[in-house]
Design a protein around this ligand. Structure first.
Ligand code: DQA
Length: 148
């Protein structure tokens, strides 16, 4: 796949989990929308969701071996805790966009710090499920400007 979409803990519960923060759209519906956009642009997407930090680290390493060219990641709660995931992204040096459904700056203070934002290409926070599609459009635009 040319683009990997990574989702962290509890995002498998999208649609039922705290809808006031995260909306009613399921992760399956988000993935379906993204697949449609990517396929129309001639790109392949891979999706990984895990509740385990180690699985996400391994998925990033695998992306490095597979030649994945761009990552869209919602690290979920690991946003605020995981130096290991940050280091994995630095290790593979694959450009990435950080996505959050909720506006992490408008919630508890501990959510305002991200271990990813300063090394991301860009950050989308607070636009709900649409944030993923916007990130994908940005990623596709960048890939089309690069030599393959
Ligand atoms: C989240 C925001 C995080 O603070 C939270 O832990 C999540 C989801 C979001 O998409 O808004 O699980 O990343």
């Amino acid at each position: 796949a040319s683009i990997l979409v990574l989702n962290g803990p509890n995002l498998n519960l999208l649609g039922v989990r705290e809808p006031a923060h995260y909306g009613r759209v399921t992760l399956a519906a988000i993935e379906q929308e993204l697949r449609t956009i990517a396929n129309a642009a001639g790109h392949q997407l891979d999706f990984v969701q895990s509740n385990a930090e180690s699985d996400l680290v391994e998925a990033i390493h695998q992306a490095g071996r597979d030649g994945v060219r761009f990552i869209i990641i919602n690290p979920a709660a690991f946003t605020h805790t995981s130096i290991a995931l940050r280091d994995a992204l630095l290790a593979v040096a694959i450009p990435f966009i950080e996505v959050h459904l909720s506006n992490i700056y408008a919630r508890e203070p501990f959510r305002a710090h991200s271990y990813f934002s300063d090394i991301a290409v860009g950050v989308i926070s607070g636009l709900g499920a649409k944030g993923y599609a916007l990130a994908l459009q940005a990623a596709l635009g960048r890939l089309d400007q690069e030599p393959t």
